[in-house]
Design a protein around this ligand. Structure first.
Ligand code: CO
Length: 134
């Protein structure tokens, strides 16, 4: 059911520094910083030949990554995003299998302008999983 690895998201305490690290030290192509107020994060997209890295920084007081960064002050891998062809079919299949979809279970428009869902990390090997309809 799942397809390509769309991105690996890394939460970071200092987004400017992380952007410079990926650009200058790792020699990657990086985007400008984009504020995503509806998601409580600021993002930098790192384009790799086979996937993307999404660097996430805190935006605002109710950022969904604030607690994660408290537990991981140096930053860390926050989630993996897999592509699916049909996000509602994927959700129904996963819920039927007993997996928990976060929030109200309805897809939201994610950072790339496409419908996404998040799956409970306890149901997926301790990893927060995002599904994106490609
Ligand atoms: Co993501």
């Amino acid at each position: 059911m799942i397809g390509k690895l769309n991105h690996v998201a890394i939460a970071v305490p200092d987004l400017e520094a992380a952007r410079a690290l990926y650009r200058d030290t790792l020699g990657a192509e990086v985007s400008e910083i984009v504020d995503q107020p509806e998601h409580g994060v600021r993002t930098v997209f790192v384009e790799l030949p086979n996937t993307k890295i999404e660097l996430l920084g805190i935006l605002g007081e109710h950022s969904p990554i604030a607690a994660f960064l408290e537990r991981n002050p140096a930053g860390g891998i926050h989630h993996l995003c897999y592509e699916v062809d049909d996000i509602l079919a994927a959700r129904d299949r996963l819920e039927a299998a007993g997996a928990r979809v976060l929030g109200d279970g309805e897809p939201k428009i994610g950072a790339h302008g496409k419908p996404v869902l998040f799956l409970h990390p306890k149901d997926f090997c301790g990893t927060l999983v995002e599904l994106e309809q490609a």
